[in-house]
Design a protein around this ligand. Structure first.
Ligand code: NAD
Length: 289
């Protein structure tokens, strides 16, 4: 059993902290929104008065915050209150550059630090089946394993600091391109007189199969649980996909990598997110018809 500070108890952090409690850990939490802190307390989390107060005397600190700016500002506030040897895990989705910057600050303060972004959404956070992509050294990862366990379906070591974020950005860029490609195929099939179900049955058994089709099918019918059957309620909101694509485009700019399809997908989602940020990202099919 470890004592863990959990900072950021929102859509993801709330259920993650609750699963840590269920896993037998002692969790002290903080969020700027009092109602979210109260919900966490109802789930067995002890309330801290501030982020700074939460980190004193704990074994590990997990951050689950909206942006790189928020992570940098929280780290600036809490690092002076940290004790050398503590393990810091940031599970927010932020840029590789920001992840490497906060890693260095933590190491300079005598701490172990990992970037450990997740996929699996609120559903995975609630079920304790998130996939963690971890960047950082193997000693820190070994220390993190029993802490990640109650929240995780899978933990993948991705290499050095920032590499968890790199894996997350690459995965979501693939996903964005695939969701558009699947939408284009259904739009074309509709014009050719091919039934949605027939296209689904053929492609899920053929070489074009992918998660964007098999699980997140963008037309109602073939997959009962896909957002298309539920007025495109997320799922994975377009605003979050758009955020991740912005981070991917920043990384492309910084590295000089070329990604013509990823870049085009990013511009399509940028335009779509302006009016439809709250819809599941598979709703982009409506712009392709
Ligand atoms: P959220 O906005 O619901 O939660 C973030 C929380 O951080 C908020 O409750 C906010 O009040 C709190 N916060 C902000 N600044 C703070 C501070 N200084 N101290 C304490 N708390 C502070 O967002 P979320 O959906 O839970 O996502 C969290 C992170 O996980 C994001 O980086 C997101 O990109 C990533 N993510 C989200 C999903 C998803 O499906 N929601 C999936 C994978 C990854």
């Amino acid at each position: 059993m470890s004592t863990i500070a959990f900072l950021g108890l929102g859509n993801m952090g709330g259920p993650m902290a609750a699963n840590l409690v269920k896993g037998g850990h002692d969790v002290v939490g903080f969020d700027l929104v009092p109602e979210l802190l109260a919900t966490a307390v109802a789930n067995g989390v002890r309330a801290a008065e501030s982020a700074e107060a939460a980190v004193s005397g704990v074994d590990a600190v997990i951050t689950m915050l909206p942006s790189g700016a928020a992570v940098k500002s929280v780290y600036a506030a809490i690092l002076p209150h940290a004790t050398p040897g503590q393990l810091f895990i940031d599970s927010s989705t932020i840029s590789v550059e920001d992840a490497r910057a906060v890693h260095q600050q933590a190491v300079d303060a005598g701490l172990m630090q990992l970037d450990a972004p997740v996929s699996g959404g609120v559903k995975g956070a609630t079920a304790g089946t998130l996939a963690f992509m971890v960047g950082g050294d193997s000693t820190a990862l070994a220390a993190a394993q029993p802490i990640l366990k109650p929240m995780a379906g899978k933990v993948v070591a991705c290499g050095g600091p920032g590499n968890g974020q790199a894996a997350k950005l690459c995965n979501n860029m693939i996903l964005a391109v695939q969701q558009i490609a699947v939408g284009e195929a259904f739009a074309l099939a509709e014009k050719l007189g091919l039934e949605d179900q027939a296209l689904y049955d053929v492609v899920t058994g053929a070489t074009g199969n992918c998660w964007a089709l098999q699980v997140n099918c963008p037309v109602p019918g073939p997959v009962e649980t896909s957002p298309a059957n539920n007025e495109f309620r997320p799922g994975f909101a377009t605003a979050l996909m758009n955020k991740d694509l912005h981070l991917a485009m920043d990384a492309i700019g910084a590295t000089g990598a070329t990604a013509p399809l990823g870049s085009h997908a990013a511009s399509l989602y940028d335009a779509f997110a302006a009016e439809n940020g709250g819809l599941d990202f598979s709703a982009i099919i409506d712009t392709l018809r």
